[in-house]
Design a protein around this ligand. Structure first.
Ligand SMILES: Cc1cc2nc3c(=O)[nH]c(=O)nc-3n(C[C@H](O)[C@H](O)[C@H](O)COP(=O)(O)OP(=O)(O)OC[C@H]3O[C@@H](n4cnc5c(N)ncnc54)[C@H](O)[C@@H]3O)c2cc1C
Length: 436
């Protein structure tokens, strides 16, 4: 069975195969794919919705393509196969004084998956997206042609594949430019924010001096406290200590939690506790990079906390001028009583995203989880989608499980140009949904 991270879609009807460099081409045209069946690459399934799923087709799992091919320790250029994940890269690069130029909130993401969603991190305002740092990649098309794509070579296919949701071919190999660091630790600051106004002020003042900025928001708080939370910002430390500390043993969620566990009251209680655990306005600490970037990775399969019905993650971006619209979105989420404890707000910066379908654009991006309450949750998203696209924003496909064709097309007007580069053998449940 193949699932995505939200555990809403469970696909038995697809045919999973493991990619191996020697017979990758055969996969496109043998077995159940001899005829018209479609294929889709799959990394670690850390996308939340249906962008990494393909009902009735063949899912090509990339994790066996796990070789590091070269690492230039002077220049910080690493070449690896596409199934290598970010944890495996960090294990090699940090001690050598290099770091990922961009990292999402989990290290259990393959390099191929990071390109296909053109992922962003807490430093978007400084470094843009993952794709901005890809020197080149090798793409295998279903007709057997292998192409090297970069900003200078096969540029259009490069722009279609970065953020291209796995639809333009199979990425086999990637060259990534890393950033230099002097320490494996982060000098971090945590600021308690009273409300959304304070978030606007702090984020606008912080982005110039801090490499990493993001805020946790208590989306259950209302009235004058709407948008309260903890603002986190940090820079790589300069203490010369590049020793990598192995994180303490992982906790595990061994089974799907009962549905009642996460309800309006338990989430409210968690948010209260989390907000009040910091007494002073500002706390400073120097922390190993792992807890700063990947707090959720410490709990194995934490997605099972949402029970068998699974959950949605909803992430959008809206222009910076639309503060009132953002406030009204928070009000609707608060009034619905459905938002959860994982709500993250950030100001994306100016760096241009290299992909035709890349999600980031300048403005506020909010990501939060919602337990799956069926029609009730979907109806809330439809209402929010409308505000977001009307204000010139868009929804993140890597997280999405619901947006309509109209919402997708308004958010990603380049989709027509993009569609010209889709490999005819490739498809996904997401692509079928937003084109139906
Ligand atoms: C806890 C958590 C935190 C997250 N935080 C962030 C964040 O801060 N920022 C952010 O941007 N995202 C974030 N994400 C989302 C995640 O980074 C993306 O969904 C990522 O693309 C998942 O990578 P994957 O290897 O699991 O790929 P999958 O989810 O398996 O696939 C993702 C897409 O990549 C394609 N693909 C995979 N391998 C290849 C290949 N070899 N060739 C071509 N296409 C390929 C697939 O077809 C699919 O379309 C987070 C997810 C989780 C679970």
């Amino acid at each position: 069975m193949i699932t995505s991270w939200g555990n809403i879609f469970r696909s038995n009807s697809c045919h999973p195969v493991n990619a191996e460099m020697d017979h990758l081409e055969e996969v496109f045209h043998s077995g159940p794919n001899r005829d018209a069946q479609s294929v889709l690459p799959y990394g670690m399934g850390r996308s939340y919705g249906d962008s990494c799923l393909l009902s009735g087709g063949t899912i090509i799992k990339s994790r066996l393509l796990d070789k590091l091919e070269s690492f230039d320790r002077d220049q910080g250029l690493i070449v690896c196969q596409s199934g290598v994940n970010l944890e495996e890269l960090l294990d090699v690069i940090v001690e050598a004084g290099w770091f990922l130029p961009v990292t999402p909130g989990t290290k259990f993401v393959t390099v191929g998956g990071a390109i296909a969603n053109d992922v962003h991190g807490k430093n978007h305002h400084k470094r843009g997206t993952f794709g901005c740092h890809v020197k080149w990649f090798e793409l295998l098309r279903s007709d057997g042609e292998t192409m090297i794509c970069s900003a200078d070579q096969n540029q259009e296919l490069f722009a279609a594949t970065v953020g291209g949701l796995g639809l333009t071919g199979f990425i086999t190999k990637v060259a990534l430019q890393l950033i230099p660091i002097k320490s494996a630790r982060i000098d971090a600051e945590y600021l308690k924010m009273e409300n959304l106004e304070e978030f606007f002020e702090i984020s606008e003042a912080s982005d110039k001096d801090y490499e990493y900025t993001v805020a946790w928001i208590d989306c259950m708080a209302a009235g004058k406290q709407l948008g309260r939370g903890i603002y986190m910002r940090g820079n790589h430390a300069a203490d010369g200590n590049l020793t990598v500390q192995v994180p303490r043993s992982l906790l595990s969620i061994p089974f799907d939690a009962p549905e009642w566990l996460l309800n309006e009251y338990s989430i409210k209680a968690f948010n209260q506790l989390y907000y009040h655990k910091q007494f002073s306005k500002l706390v400073r600490s120097t922390t190993y990079y792992h807890p700063f970037f990947y707090p959720l990775d410490a709990i194995n399969e934490w997605n099972r906390l949402y029970g068998r019905s699974g959950f949605f993650q909803y992430q959008f971006v809206i222009p910076q001028t639309e503060k009132e619209a953002l406030r009204s979105i928070f009000e609707k989420i608060q009034a619905s009583g459905m938002g959860s404890f994982l709500a993250v707000l950030k100001l994306f910066g100016e760096p241009e995203s290299p992909g035709m379908l890349s999600f980031p654009q300048p403005g506020y991006t909010l990501a939060l989880d919602f337990g799956n309450r069926g029609e009730k949750t979907r109806a809330l998203f439809t209402e929010l989608d409308q505000i977001i696209v009307d204000k010139g924003g868009r929804i993140y496909p890597a997280k999405d499980a619901c947006m309509s064709s109209d919402t997708f097309r308004k958010g990603f007007p380049n989709y027509i140009e993009f569609a010209k580069h889709i490999d005819p053998k490739f498809s996904s449940d997401f692509w079928r949904r937003v084109n139906s």
